[in-house]
Design a protein around this ligand. Structure first.
Ligand code: RAM
Length: 971
């Protein structure tokens, strides 16, 4: 077997891509090798529609290329409803050839709305109240047209509402809450299921349970019904292929029969009521007597907006057992799940028919120890089960989910003696994204914070990125998504999740380019700075994490339209100082009775205007649209200048003395570079004056630690992170939080609550600090999109931690970085996947005493360069695992980052003069992006930001000749 192994093969992010409408799917693979420094030199892909690769439909032949991510299919047009197999072979820089990979699976879906033969059908509702919200059953039986064995059977299905599909008594998949939530007016997903093994040769039955869900049920603050339509409906098309080549189709049409389901009521916020006495056993099997049922009706709904499933499905991903039973002072029987979770309770019960068991879900107990429902607002989160009285019954709700740690149980038999814990299980429900990263360190409280961040993501990624999962909201708030996306993508794979959501963002963009507050948009309203910017920041971040150029190109127009929208607001095209904004939402410097922090809305709006314009400019340049890049570059310069004129003094004082104003000025490179250190020092002072406490809200918090660490104040950032008194990240941890709270003091010191009104205990926004923990404390960072080039630069900071580590599953494989201090000795371990290179920066190291794998670094396999800098040692390494050990010198070198280096370089009058001459744009703050600040070397090597390599070479040459700045420039 070859030393080069293709480990994972994916198509459109999925290992088994069943049912896609993508015409030119993209292939990616991860390669393993025991050697170091392995780079792919060539690849070959084959795709076949047959069982073997004898006569492939597409064969790339050997392509000399190091690309292994998102290689686009370029063969003959793929056909709908067709199964393909593909495989990959690679060669590396050592001339080693891999074996062919195991075949990957790709199957196309319907491709076109014309392919639907099925009819939308709706159950007969004449016998129920017009405003009732029960679920329905729909069914039909069918025989097979041919006696030849079935070789494949696929269902394509969706619903206006939520549905579960059954064939011959079995649910066709583990997916929940299908078809998921999209901007239904514009786009609706349909699912593809392989049901080959569920069909019988003789009689068959297909059945659907259909509830209201997001489509028809009460949604939003006022709980308005019928957001998308009054009638629930399903659409089902089953294609059966036989060995003899014949094919038949079973469709939903007016021949289907329907009746009420045992679900008397269901609603996303309020819960479900299920009367098991109404179950009709065998309804999903053939030979069931449905003469009492009535005919379904055909409904005239569109097919044009149907798209094959884009997101990963929602599923049960974990089962949590209750940790204790509580009899509260108020006399309630309460289960404690030990974790604030999102999903549902599955209960088991043996009781006489008609016993009514009610579960009311809540997130916290109040200070007296009673279960607290106040923060749920009108959301009832109540599940009621009525027993049928036959043996042990099991039930979990179908078309709803709850956010909870505690469950008040009423009516459970024998509860006077307490609740039997083993009768209840918490099923955790969310979009089934792969876990792709984690962070750990020597402080258990920070580890709990990291756990809270991950649980916050799980609970709020139920098909749409939501603000919270419990009260009458659970909406796709654009601001929250934008704030958290970087952290989210480190922890879980969010490619398909955000691809789907961003298409909805684009679909719901207003005609004038404005972006709704929430997507899918069910509340209307104008556009707010830092919320609407999600339209730009999210596609850009996806591109950074996955190198997904296609999505970036797809969203580019929408990104531009957002910036163009801002430009025409008010009468100064370079400032955004008009309109409604959420401001620094929930900032602690807010005036009394206001949710908006003290930082002026127009400062925030203009800062984000600059940021989005910069990202649009960089996107234009990446997409090769030079004219746009030039125009948006010019616009950016004007915005930055206007920001300086309006909000900064010529000597670098930020006009508004809030933490958030300083943070944005630093993060978005708005200050004149020479003045940036002053802004950073002022921010640091503001924090020290506040005794190492933050005052920032939704806008400032996510960037706060980045702004400090990136400008020489990493120790301050670490101290902020470790702050366990209010307000600080560890305050909620000290209060026993298991998810991230909406407010820094959702529960106050005295145990009282912030308010009933707006107090979620599962709100991920402040969890955005997770990204900084990974990038800065563990030092695991991307340089080139998709982590093809990485930078490993752990910052040790403030002597408060003795070890930290993080891993992330990149498109190339697993990337790891960790450090451990033992006395005067530092150990840093790094793992880089095949086909990537890393710049490893070891602060406080000296070249002559640095060891890797117990030997001097010079000449170690995989390390291609090593040199000492003023802050430590800098290495370039290829793939492989490395362990560095050194006696560290000055740990204050810790705070000496890329950005300080660049700024210091510009402090040197000569250097500044040279740069000004060759590349004045560097001095307008127009060259940095939020993700990172490129060094001169990287700019030169990657040709980033429209900087001609010649100019940079000229700068570097001139600067290298000048001894005063030599040390800084040599990279
Ligand atoms: C609240 C939401 C959300 C926030 C908006 C402005 O209702 O919970 O987190 O983005 O307000």
């Amino acid at each position: 077997m070859s030393d080069l192994l293709i480990e994972t093969l994916t198509c459109e992010y999925r290992e088994h891509c069943l049912g896609t409408d993508v015409r030119r799917p993209r292939f990616s693979w991860i390669t393993q090798s025991a050697r170091r420094g392995v780079i792919q030199s060539a690849y070959r892909i084959q795709l076949t529609a047959g069982h073997d690769f004898e006569a492939p439909l597409w064969d790339t032949g050997q392509v000399i290329s190091s690309n292994s991510v998102h290689i686009e299919y370029a063969g003959p047009e793929l056909q709908p409803r067709t199964a393909y197999q593909f495989r990959v072979q690679v060669w590396d820089n050592n001339g080693i050839e891999s074996d062919w990979s195991a075949p990957g699976q790709l199957e196309t879906a319907l491709y076109s709305s014309n392919a639907w033969q099925a009819k939308w059908i709706t159950p007969d509702t004449s016998r129920i109240e017009a405003d009732a919200h029960p679920a329905f059953l729909l069914r039909r039986e069918f025989g097979l047209r041919s006696s030849s064995p079935v070789v494949s059977a696929r269902v394509y299905s969706t619903a206006a509402g939520l549905y579960e599909l059954y064939i011959n008594g079995s649910k066709v998949s583990a997916d929940l809450l299908t078809p998921g939530w999209t901007s239904y007016h514009h786009r609706q997903q349909y699912q593809t299921y392989d049901v080959t093994y569920l069909l019988h040769q003789d009689a068959n039955a297909i059945g659907v349970m259909l509830g209201d869900g997001w489509y028809r049920g009460g949604l939003g603050f006022e709980g308005r019904n019928y957001m998308y339509g009054e009638n629930r409906a399903v659409l089902i098309q089953l294609h059966i292929r036989h060995e003899d080549g014949t094919e038949s189709v079973v469709i939903s049409d007016a021949d289907w029969r329907c009746c009420l389901a045992p679900i008397l009521y269901s609603n996303i916020y309020h819960g479900e009521t299920y009367d098991a006495r109404l179950e009709q056993s065998g309804w999903m099997n053939p030979a069931f007597d449905d003469t009492q049922w009535v005919e379904a009706e055909q409904l005239d709904l569109s097919y044009d907006h149907l798209v094959a499933q884009e997101n990963v499905p929602t599923r049960v991903t974990e089962v949590v057992k209750p940790i204790q039973y509580l009899l509260t002072p108020a006399g309630d029987h309460v289960l404690d799940m030990g974790q604030n979770m999102v999903g549902r309770i599955r209960l088991q019960v043996k009781a006489p028919a008609g016993t009514q068991i009610e579960l009311r879900h809540a997130e916290v107990l109040d200070r007296d120890g009673n279960i607290y429902f106040g923060n749920l607002r009108p959301a009832r989160q109540t599940v009621t089960y009525i027993t049928k009285g036959e043996g042990t019954e099991a039930y979990a709700p179908y078309f709803t989910f709850q956010g909870f740690r505690y469950v008040k149980v009423e009516g459970f038999p024998g509860s006077e003696q307490g609740l039997p814990l083993d009768a209840f299980q918490g099923e955790v429900i969310h979009s089934d994204m792969a876990s792709t990263g984690d962070f750990a360190c020597s402080d258990e409280r920070i580890n709990q914070l990291q756990s809270n961040i991950r649980w916050g993501q799980r609970g709020n990624f139920v098909d749409v990125p939501t603000d919270c999962p419990q009260r009458d909201e659970r909406l796709g708030w654009t601001g929250d998504a934008q704030v958290f996306i970087g952290t989210a993508l480190f922890n879980y794979h969010g490619g398909p999740f955000f691809t789907k959501w961003l298409r909805d963002v684009k679909a719901e963009q207003h005609l004038d380019g404005g972006i709704p507050f929430v997507v899918p948009d069910i509340i209307g309203g104008a556009s707010s700075a830092a919320w609407g910017d999600a339209a730009v920041i999210c596609p850009w971040t996806i591109y950074q994490f996955y190198g997904d150029l296609r999505l970036l190109a797809e969203q580019y127009d929408s990104m531009k339209r957002w910036v163009d929208y801002i430009r025409v607001q008010g009468d100064n095209e370079f400032l955004w100082n008009t309109g409604f904004h959420f401001g620094d939402w929930l900032g602690l410097d807010a005036k009394e009775n206001s949710y908006k922090g003290a930082t002026p809305e127009d400062l925030i709006a203009t800062a984000f205007y600059a940021h989005s314009t910069r990202l649009v400019r960089d996107t234009a340049s990446i997409l090769g649209n030079e004219e746009d890049a030039r125009q948006y570059g010019e616009l950016l310069e004007n915005i930055v200048q206007s920001y300086r004129d309006e909000y900064m003094t010529p000597t670098g004082r930020v006009g508004v003395p809030t933490q958030t104003a300083h943070v944005l000025t630093l993060m978005f490179d708005l200050a004149e570079p020479l003045l940036q250190q002053r802004v950073a020092a002022d921010l640091n002072d503001l924090i020290i004056q506040n005794d190492y406490h933050l005052t920032t809200g939704f806008v400032g918090t996510p960037y706060l630690c980045f702004a400090l660490s990136g400008n020489g104040y990493h120790s301050t950032a670490v101290r902020l992170l470790m702050q366990d008194s209010y307000p600080g990240w560890l305050y909620s941890v000290s209060k026993g939080a298991t998810t991230i709270w909406e407010h820094w003091d959702s529960i106050k010191e005295d145990g009282s609550f912030w308010s009933d009104d707006m107090n979620s205990f599962n709100h991920y926004s402040y969890g955005a600090v997770g990204e900084w923990m990974i990038r800065n404390i563990a030092g695991l960072d991307m340089v080139a999109p998709g982590f093809r080039e990485v930078r490993i630069e752990p910052l040790f900071g403030a002597n408060l931690l003795t070890h930290a580590s993080a891993w992330h599953q990149t498109p190339y494989g697993k990337l790891e970085s960790g450090w451990h201090v033992r006395g005067k000795e530092m150990e840093v371990s790094v793992s880089l996947p095949v086909n990537t290179t890393g710049r490893i920066i070891l602060h406080g190291a000296k070249l002559d005493s640095l060891q890797e794998g117990g030997k001097a670094v010079a000449g170690r396999e995989g390390i291609t360069s090593a040199k000492e800098t003023s802050s430590g040692v800098e290495l370039i390494a290829g793939s492989g695992s490395y362990t560095f050990i050194y006696e560290y010198g000055d740990l204050f070198a810790e705070s000496y980052t890329e950005k300080t280096r660049l700024n210091e370089l510009l402090m040197d009058p000569h250097a500044r003069e040279v740069v000004e001459r060759h590349a004045p744009q560097l001095l307008t703050g127009a060259t940095h992006n939020i993700v990172r600040t490129p060094s001169f070397r990287e700019i030169r090597e990657n040709g980033m930001f429209q900087m001609s390599p010649d100019i940079l070479d000229a700068i570097l040459e001139e600067l290298s000749a000048n001894p005063s700045s030599k040390e800084n420039v040599e990279m």
